[in-house]
Design a protein around this ligand. Structure first.
Ligand SMILES: [Mn+2]
Length: 439
């Protein structure tokens, strides 16, 4: 017997339904118990698997089960455009029906809601969890697990730049509600199919491994035919199986005469984005790619190798981060005066320069070696450290940090042609890593 057609209040999400959309729609039915969850016909493979496993637990309907002329309230989650919804909805729904919208996308869509929440956060489910917590709704472990899958999928497990503090608090709340991380991981398992496996095995069988500045790099080149998705995943697995610090895959498609180069790096010293720029591509320090047309794959391999050996500089260098002019003292300056300068300038150390020649560094912690008050009248020379580590302005922030960590120091004088032209502190370099650079 055909079930009676759905009417009244309906909640739905975008086509190619992902976990965030599904979670948000289910959350809406918890907030509005009279609402029916309507899942678009197109759903991504992971969500499809989840739905078939949880059919008996989740009440979800398809757009065809709904009597759209008798829908009185449409609730939309995780989409702000009509064309992102199942086409049946726009075709059949009465344009007068009020629409509520919960969405985290930053752009402005063409759905005009009467209420809901539109805010740029990591995942739509975060916005709905705000309501669920306010209304003190009961949240059993299964929906909590689904919600966490949605939150992690859209925020890269809270690692994407779009992640907000509220997303992290939402994750904490879901873990308190016994969301199961084993299941979340399984649900979000990447699309690794037979063809990706073949590509990975081929890459591993031709892989070369070499050392650059003490870091292990894996490189492989294979031919591929036809369309092959998710090569980035193949390269990531290649990196993990080779157990290297950085990995590069060159995928040549003879029939289209083009080369896809994909790189992944786990160390700052090997900047994939900068290397890919050398191949007319781009990316971030940790990940990048380039698509080269009408090239000889041998030449691409040679070029990449050369870039790896020679041009590993990140696009931002120490000269972009250093402070100048340099506040310095001479070896004859008294410790008393140094203390005053440090206090006045709000810094923790100073280079000691005599006649343009760097001869030491004096820092706040050297004051610990002062035993008697009288020693404050002594010159810096008696307390400065003469073994000075410096850096040149063309080095990367990563190299600066590595040097400072290695020698347990907070600053490095920047030296060019024998003269101190600036100073870089650990916090200067950290500002860069945390992306807090002034534009
Ligand atoms: Mn989303």
């Amino acid at each position: 017997m055909r079930p009676s057609r759905i009417t009244g209040r309906v909640a739905t999400g975008h086509r190619n339904c992902d976990f965030d959309a599904l979670a948000s729609v289910i959350a809406l039915t918890m907030l509005y118990p009279d609402a029916t969850a309507v899942i678009p016909r197109s759903v991504n493979p992971n969500v499809r698997r989840f739905l078939s496993m949880h059919k008996d637990l989740l009440r979800v309907a398809e757009p065809a089960d709904v009597d759209w002329s008798a829908v009185t309230h449409l609730m939309v989650a995780d989409a702000n455009r009509w064309n992102r919804l199942d086409p049946i909805i726009f075709e059949r729904i009465d344009p007068q029906v009020p629409v509520s919208l919960w969405d985290h996308h930053p752009d402005i869509g063409d759905i005009t809601p009467v209420d809901g929440i539109q805010e740029t956060v990591g995942a739509t489910i975060t916005l709905l969890l705000r309501e669920i917590q306010t209304q003190r709704k009961n949240l059993p472990p299964i929906p909590a697990t689904l919600f966490l899958a949605g939150l992690y999928e859209d925020t890269g497990s809270l690692s994407f730049n779009s992640t907000t503090a509220e997303d992290a608090r939402a994750a904490a709340y879901l873990l308190e509600r016994k969301a199961d991380l084993d299941i979340v991981r399984r649900l979000l398992r990447p699309a690794y199919g037979l063809r990706q496996k073949e590509a990975l095995f081929a890459l591993l069988s031709v892989a070369e491994r070499f050392k650059i500045d003490g870091f292990n790099v894996g490189l492989g080149r294979i031919d591929i035919s036809g369309h092959l998705e998710n090569l980035a995943l193949v390269v990531r697995m290649f990196l993990e199986i080779m157990n290297v610090d950085a990995a590069f895959g060159i995928f040549f498609q003879p029939e289209r005469n083009r080369c896809m180069v994909i790189g992944r790096s786990t160390v700052e010293e090997i900047n994939v984005g900068a290397i890919m720029q050398g191949l007319r591509g781009g990316g971030h320090p940790g990940a990048g790619s380039s698509l080269l047309k009408a090239v000889n794959p041998e030449a691409v391999t040679a070029m990449l190798t050369e870039l790896l050996q020679g041009n590993r500089r990140s696009s931002v260098t120490v000269s972009d981060l250093m402070s100048f002019p340099v506040i310095s003292v001479t070896s004859r300056t008294t410790m008393d005066e140094v203390a005053q300068i440090l206090r006045r300038q709000g810094c923790t150390g100073l280079p000691v320069i005599n006649d343009d020649v760097l001869c030491g560094v004096i820092s706040r912690r050297d004051f610990k070696r002062i035993g008697k008050e009288a020693q404050l009248k002594a010159p810096v020379k008696a307390f400065m450290r003469t073994q000075v580590h410096t850096i040149t302005p063309d080095r990367s922030p990563g190299e600066a940090v590595a040097l400072m960590v290695k020698h347990d120091i907070g600053r490095l004088p920047v030296v060019a042609d024998g003269a101190v032209i600036g100073i870089i502190t650990r916090s200067d370099a950290m500002l860069y890593f945390y992306d807090l650079l002034p534009d």
